[in-house]
Design a protein around this ligand. Structure first.
Ligand code: F6R
Length: 603
């Protein structure tokens, strides 16, 4: 059973439950369908159900629960029903141990069977519940630890947790609490877990954004770490009880960046930040960029791997590498990468691109490539994420937190970084930086009120459509792919993109009287794509041009400047705004489209 979840924990001098509610609220953007918390005071108390945080906060009086130690969880079910029983935290038979878990326990069936044979009673269908029972099982055994390091205090709860964690196969971030003990015991393996250190206590979360309200001092955990947090004490061990040191880092992200400010939605806020964020994408350590360019040149076979929007940025990157640097790269969806794995050697260079740095398909592909000795360049927005620590080289997008489930600002940053690398391959990264600088006002204008009003009017006209199509060629084709993804995932309108040249190989059959077709045009391929637009028009299609001049074939025109190789940035932005306005028009929440999660941590 695979699940994508948000984890939050707190221990300190403050009452835990209101902090947990706020932390879980901050985690909402990851997507979820159930919520729960557990705290320790005089006894262990768990409250959980299916539903939204605000609703459960009121209905279950979440903030009333006493205790200075607590764990909270948002569950997004991919298997198993959305029920109170399946929501976390999960408890043992005697309601003494509570755990929350993100990840997948691969051997849960055998663990569950053997625990059940020993009399444990299970309340849920989840794999996670076995962890609570495993700890309970260990607690009932002798707690002495042969060979334990002297720094290890030998407490039976920590011991029981370690023994239980060692039995787990798969990926997991786990927080555990125990009745009568003011402590949180935590571990991680291949699932994200970050600590936040404040004056009054310690926070645990799946990423840093949810605790930025309290602190920017963070500790990133390594696989196999064990954390024992008490009210005024924090220790790090490995699972063999050896004490380990973990440095404290300061997050660059600003708290305000994780807040909506005056915007109605994060999506619009993040779209509006792009004049700035594309500049920040260029702020790379050029020694690293040049070193990576050297690796590309000396490599034998270069792959770009990613999912979703990041994959579209990679496709765009492959066109840019070809056009600007005359270099061929292979692009693969991370989930399809295994089909190419036999090509990988020690000379292969793999660029893994992931905003979150936690996408399971990407991480699996990276690990497969590493097993074959290939070198990895990680491109991510999240410092401390799993991907940021897997690669031989790391480039950060510098976009600040992206809270909306949809990628907007990080997509354009990825495209800019691809452009920067392509130029660096020509020994001229400065030309890219100059061009990006020149885009500032253009991008700013594309997110202005007047542009939004124009796109809002278009959204009103399109909101009741069942199908929208988009076409382009070259860099405009990859832009069309990304634009179609944005529109479909947030408005639920079926939207599909085609390469202009493919129209007559099938898709033209879809065009009826009034079918809306967006046509992405650039100066360097205008003749061919305009002739595709005419083919659409001749079948009654309603042509919406995205171009820097108004061609007579257009029924509607979205005016964008022509910025050559950076057109994928410029042309994506009005499409993001249109997608946003379509969602608003249809009374949908643009920040949290149905069925989607921000970090896709399952395969
Ligand atoms: C679309 C979107 C997704 C992500 C995809 C990969 O708006 O956000 O398609 O691009 O899930 O996510 P990352 O980049 O975090 O690996």
């Amino acid at each position: 059973m695979e699940e994508m979840c948000g984890i939050f924990g707190y221990i300190g001098s403050e009452k835990a439950s209101p902090i947990l509610s706020r932390g879980l609220k901050n985690l909402e953007y990851r997507g979820y369908d159930s919520v729960g918390i557990a705290t320790v005071s005089s006894r262990l108390e768990t409250r959980k159900d299916a539903g939204k945080i605000d609703d459960l906060r009121a209905r279950l009086n979440l903030d009333e629960v006493e205790g200075n130690v607590g764990i909270g969880h948002t569950r997004w079910a991919t298997h198993g029903a959305v029920t109170a029983e399946n929501a976390h935290p999960h408890i043992d038979c005697e309601n003494k141990v509570a755990i929350i878990h993100n990840g997948i326990i691969e051997n849960f069936y055998e663990l569950k069977t053997s625990l059940a044979e020993r009399g444990h009673r299970f309340a849920s269908e989840t794999d996670s519940e076995v962890i609570a029972h495993l700890i309970e099982d260990e607690l009932s055994k002798d707690s002495s630890i042969p060979g334990a390091a002297s720094s290890w205090n030998g407490c039976s709860f920590e011991h029981a947790c370690v023994e239980a964690f060692k039995k787990l196969r798969g990926s997991f971030a786990v927080l555990a609490i125990h009745e009568g003990e003011e402590k949180i015991v935590a571990t991680r393996k291949d699932s994200p877990l970050v600590l936040g250190l404040a004056d009054h206590g310690t926070f645990f979360a799946s990423d840093v954004a949810p605790f930025l309200d309290w602190t920017k001092d963070v500790v990133y955990l390594e696989n196999g770490d064990l954390v024992v947090a008490k009210r005024s004490d924090l220790q790090f061990f490995n699972l063999d009880f050896g004490e380990v040191a973990r440095p404290v880092s300061t997050v660059e992200w600003d708290l305000q960046e994780a807040k909506k400010g005056n915007f109605d939605h994060f999506m619009l806020k993040e779209i509006s930040e792009q004049a700035e964020t594309i500049q920040r994408a260029c702020l790379q350590n050029m020694e690293v960029v040049d070193r990576i360019a050297g690796m590309v040149r000396s490599g034998f076979g270069v792959f770009f791997i990613a999912c979703g929007s990041s994959y579209h940025a990679c496709l765009t990157g492959s066109y840019l590498f070809s056009k600007v640097a005359k270099l061929h790269v292979n692009v693969a969806l991370a989930s399809e990468f295994e089909n190419y794995e036999h090509f990988l050697t020690e000379n292969t260079l793999v660029f893994a691109v992931s905003q979150s740095g936690e996408t399971a398909d990407v991480l699996e592909a990276v690990r497969a490539a590493k097993r074959r000795g290939s070198r990895i360049v990680s491109i991510t927005n999240v410092m401390g994420s799993s991907l940021s620590r897997e690669g031989d080289e790391l480039l950060l997008m510098n976009s600040g937190p992206e809270i909306c489930v949809l990628s907007t600002k990080t997509y354009t940053s990825q495209v800019v970084m691809m452009g920067l690398l392509a130029c660096a391959l020509n020994g001229d990264h400065e030309s890219c930086m100059r061009k990006v600088k020149d885009l500032y006002m253009d991008v700013y204008n594309l997110t202005s009120r007047s542009m939004r009003d124009q796109l809002k009017a278009l959204a009103r006209d399109l909101a009741s459509e069942d199908h929208i199509y988009m076409i382009g060629r070259g860099l405009q084709y990859t832009t069309a792919l990304e634009a179609a993804l944005k529109v479909k995932e947030v408005s639920y309108i079926h939207t599909e993109a085609f390469a202009g040249g493919e129209l007559k190989h099938g898709p033209l059959a879809l065009i009826e009287e009034g079918t809306p077709v967006f046509v992405f045009v650039s100066r360097d391929n205008e003749d061919r794509i305009i002739s595709n637009a005419q083919e659409v028009k001749a079948r009654g299609g309603f042509v919406i041009g995205v171009a820097d001049w108004n061609n007579p074939v257009f029924d509607r025109w979205i005016k964008v400047p022509d910025c050559g190789d950076l057109n994928p940035v410029i042309q994506a932005i009005p499409m993001q705004v249109l997608a946003y306005e379509l969602a608003v028009q249809k009374n949908l929440d643009p920040d949290k489209p149905r069925n989607l999660a921000k970090s896709v941590t399952v395969l």
